[in-house]
Design a protein around this ligand. Structure first.
Ligand SMILES: Nc1nc2c(ncn2[C@@H]2O[C@H](COP(=O)(O)OP(=O)(O)OP(=O)(O)O)[C@@H](O)[C@H]2O)c(=O)[nH]1
Ligand SMILES: [Mg+2]
Length: 359
């Protein structure tokens, strides 16, 4: 009997051998589903042994530096934050998770310097899992590489094994289990997958009874991720460090990142631009609070996720504030005029907010 690991390898080999096109798409989908199912079994076995080391989240958002050894992750942490993480001209200088804080535009952004996530063996069993657990918790991932280092597909697949999907949104799919009656499928017309395609993937995950609601167009990967469960979707940007040494064209996988930047930690090239990119990609807004005497603290904005409403502002202050809320007065560079709004009003970056309470 081959082990789970051997069976996964075999399936991965088969995928590699298969040319990807319209005719083989489904076959590849089924193979991927089989791999996912096996990986789920494998990690269910592993869970019993050892727990991940937990890095508490601090500040307004968390960013993880991920990449092969020696590309300059620690050097970048040191440039971006007030922290000193050890730098060395050899692989695996960093052996634990080193957190630092980047203060930018009034926000405190936690940056995690991590050991190279590939070749977990070199870090000792369990350590790799700690690192991946920290990455799962991040709000943004910086994939760091340098002009010499290639092969981000391995990093991507390593992350995927830990249930981390980069630069994609969760698809609107839900499932209601039942014990008999077969699999009923509700889906929009004209989506790429047929009912048969969906059933065949579901079968691999032993899903044969119940109702599946699919509310937008999806592909095989989306469906597999749904059945796999426990997936986190995290935005990632590509950072090519050591640009002082050389530059090179991006390969296909690198091109697939929706955002990238070339920097040099050592020569201080584009470090400010990188900070700005991090801030922009975290999709945060800065809210200035005006107090009773009309003073505004522009140095210390309240940092919220884009899309937040007045309710979140109140919540962040206190439960009492939320209970005694009457209305808010909003003004700002992105507003034509001052206005009075309620709790559900959506805020914009750099709004100034005055909260008026009932008493
Ligand atoms: N030329 C050049 N060298 C750099 C740059 N950034 C880092 N280095 C050098 O690259 C080597 C590795 O840097 P680290 O910051 O330790 O790399 P790391 O990714 O943290 O490495 P591990 O902790 O081993 O995974 C060191 O010798 C650094 O001085 C850069 O922008 N340009
Ligand atoms: Mg390091």
């Amino acid at each position: 009997m081959p082990t789970i690991g051997e069976r996964i390898k075999e399936l991965e080999e088969e995928i590699k051998r298969t040319q990807y096109n319209k005719a083989t798409e489904k076959h590849i989908g089924i193979l991927k589903a089989k791999i996912s199912k096996l990986e789920m079994e494998e990690s269910a076995h592993k869970k019993a042994s050892g727990h991940g080391f937990y890095v508490p989240k601090t500040g307004d958002a968390t960013v993880a530096l991920v990449g092969y050894p020696n590309v300059g992750k620690s050097s970048l942490l040191n440039k971006l934050t007030n922290k000193k993480s050890e730098v060395g001209n050899f692989a695996f200088t960093t052996l634990t998770i080193v957190p630092g804080t980047m203060n930018y535009r009034g926000a405190q952004i936690q940056i995690l310097d991590l050991p190279g996530i590939i070749d977990n063996a070199a870090l000792g069993a369990g350590r790799g899992r700690e690192v991946l657990a920290a990455v799962r918790n991040a709000d943004l991932i910086l994939i760091v590489t340098d002009p010499e280092t290639k092969g981000l597909d391995r990093i991507k697949s390593e992350l995927y094994k830990a249930g981390i999907v980069l630069n994609k949104k969760r698809k609107d799919i839900s499932f209601k289990k039942s014990n008999y009656g077969g699999l009923r499928i509700y889906k929009p017309r004209n989506i790429d997958l047929s009912d048969d395609d969906i059933r065949d993937i579901a079968k691999e995950f032993k899903v044969v009874n119940g109702t599946l609601y699919i509310r937008e167009n999806i592909d095989y990967d989306d469906l597999i991720d749904f059945f796999k469960g426990n997936i986190v979707y995290i935005k990632a940007i590509l950072v090519i460090n050591k640009i002082d040494l050389a530059n090179r064209p991006l390969d296909d996988i690198e091109m697939s990142f929706n955002d990238y930047i070339e920097v040099s930690a050592e020569k201080n090239i584009n470090i400010e631009k990188l900070k700005e990119k991090i801030f922009d990609n975290l999709d945060l807004i800065r809210i200035y609070m005006k107090n009773k005497s009309g003073e505004v603290d522009y140095e210390r904005p309240m940092i919220l996720n884009n899309g937040s409403t007045v309710r979140e502002v109140c919540r962040k202050i206190s439960r009492e504030m939320l209970n005694s809320f009457r209305y808010a007065i909003i003004s700002g560079p992105n507003r034509k005029a001052e206005m009075r709004v309620g709790l559900d009003y959506e805020l914009k970056d750099e709004d100034t907010v005055t909260l008026i309470s009932k008493n």
